[in-house]
Design a protein around this ligand. Structure first.
Ligand code: SAH
Ligand code: F3S
Length: 446
């Protein structure tokens, strides 16, 4: 068996793609190794969303130079969004790279690697390709939880974002293919799926006949043995009353919604080409909370978008405080090649971005703490993941609102069980609890 070392950067889509690549290469006799110095093939699955993500990849490639000098036979490949965006630069700056391929070429990874090995020449494959669903997974992938891509690409063209360039047009996978994949996962013990798409709530509108995420939820819900459905990322622009009703009505869909705000200023939202105003966003939040009162909300926000004034930024602080997020990801604006915002006047100084970043994080940290505090004393449903990281005597799992809970119960319940736990203590990054009285598994799947 040859050895594959896989280094994954970026989002859940990339994690999903890496699993597929490992699964495909497994059938070509490559086993995963944690140790790069032991590998015959090293693949970097890259992210281009911000400049920092790219810097990490170039510095990793720099570190791999010595290994390649020592063992010129090692094949080094770069895949994913940077491969798509920066083929030429990668080849120029990192001559140790033998293979560069974009996500459309993943299905052919075996052939590409073989061609490099046989010909010892550098290969570039970043063209378009038909949409294929690859379901191969390596043995090391988590059995209990899985990502399932339901659509690829994005055509929203937010002015800051490189994804439409790196991931191409919006294309949905057919429901039958998705359902088959999930059934296969469940047969191997999967209990929770996260349906992935860059604008997952736009799912299905490009299919014939068209469908939508609400219908897909109901279809996935019907799969016996599956316990939970999550989904990400949604765009406020496509959030329909039908989808909100489905989140309320479809039992396995968890009460957690990631709804990127990006900015609380209408002027900035318009310059970002997001397609909604702050008022529309806040009304969606009201509608979600009315339908599902306990829903947990998380978000992405960009600080320091070109032209963002102190007043614009305050509007973002206010919107974030008004929503009261359970969790928020705050990013400093990073100019991306070829995007309209990169050429806009009024680029913001790094110190100003850093300062706004800190102020916004303070607001979101406070609301996240307030949201956690509400859970004290409550009984919550937990999907058991396994032993707790801190103590082997304790179990760890997640609530439907995606909080980590550590609790007693070793020996009484097992990974994959759905149980109820009473929350005794709210800590900054987790909850502590105990198994609800007389509680064995609510829904044991063994
Ligand atoms: N499809 C998702 C976004 C995917 S990118 C959506 O509709 O929102 C994930 C997050 O990265 C975005 O939500 C945004 O907050 C952030 N991001 C994207 N481009 C960025 C850039 N150029 N600079 C800083 N943050 C960026
Ligand atoms: Fe990017 Fe906007 Fe699509 S943030 S992924 S262009 S919805």
């Amino acid at each position: 068996m040859a050895k594959l070392h896989l280094i994954t950067y970026g989002c859940q889509m990339n994690e999903y793609d890496s699993e597929r690549v490992a699964g495909l290469l497994k059938s070509r006799q490559y086993d995963l190794t944690e140790d790069e110095s032991d590998a015959d093939l090293i693949l970097l699955n890259t992210c281009a969303i911000r400049e920092k993500a790219e810097d990490k990849v170039f510095s990793r490639l720099g570190q791999l130079r010595a290994l390649k000098q020592r063992r010129p036979d090692v094949v080094i490949g770069v895949m994913g969004c940077m491969a798509q965006l920066h083929q030429a630069e990668i080849q120029r700056r990192a001559p140790i790279v033998d293979l560069v391929f974009g996500s459309p070429a993943i299905a052919r990874v075996g052939e590409l690697v073989e061609a490099v090995r046989q010909g010892r020449r550098r290969i570039l494959d970043t063209g378009e390709a038909p949409l294929v669903k690859i379901t191969a997974r390596p043995a090391s992938a988590s059995r209990l939880k899985a990502y399932v891509t339901v659509m690829e690409g994005c055509e929203k063209h937010c002015t800051f974002c490189v994804v439409p360039t790196t991931r191409g047009r919006e294309r949905s996978h057919a429901p039958a293919t998705i359902l088959d994949e999930i059934r296969g996962l469940v047969a191997e013990g999967c209990r929770e799926v996260t349906l992935l798409g860059q604008t997952v709530n736009a799912y299905g509108r490009d299919l014939t006949p068209p469908t939508d995420l609400a219908v897909l939820f109901a279809q996935v819900d019907a799969i016996e043995g599956l316990a939970r459905i999550r989904f990400t990322t949604s765009n406020p622009y496509n959030l329909t009353a039908r989808l909100i009703a489905a989140i309320r009505d479809v039992p396995k869909v968890c009460e957690y919604f990631h709804l990127p705000l990006q900015s609380g200023s209408d002027r900035v939202l318009a310059a970002m080409n997001r397609g909604y105003t702050r008022g529309e966003y806040l009304r969606l939040v009201d509608a979600l909370r009315e339908a599902v009162p306990d829903i947990a909300l998380s978000t992405d926000v960009i600080v320091g978008f070109p032209g963002e004034t102190e007043e614009d930024f305050r509007a973002t602080l206010e919107a974030a405080a008004a929503v009261g997020y359970d969790n928020a990801f705050v990013f400093r604006y990073s100019p991306r090649p070829g995007t309209p915002a990169a050429a806009m006047p009024g680029q913001i100084a790094p110190e100003v971005k850093a300062e706004r970043n800190a102020r916004l994080l303070e607001v979101t940290r406070r609301s996240a703490a307030a949201r956690s505090d509400r859970l004290a004393g409550r009984t919550v449903e937990v999907l058991v993941d396994g032993a707790s990281r801190k103590s082997a005597r304790e179990l760890s799992g997640r609530t439907r609102c995606n909080r980590v809970v550590n609790f007693d119960g070793q020996g009484r319940v097992a990974p994959g069980d759905l149980v109820h736990a009473v929350i005794d203590e709210v800590l900054p990054h987790s909850l502590r609890g105990h198994l609800a009285p007389s509680e064995e598994a609510v829904c044991s799947w063994r």
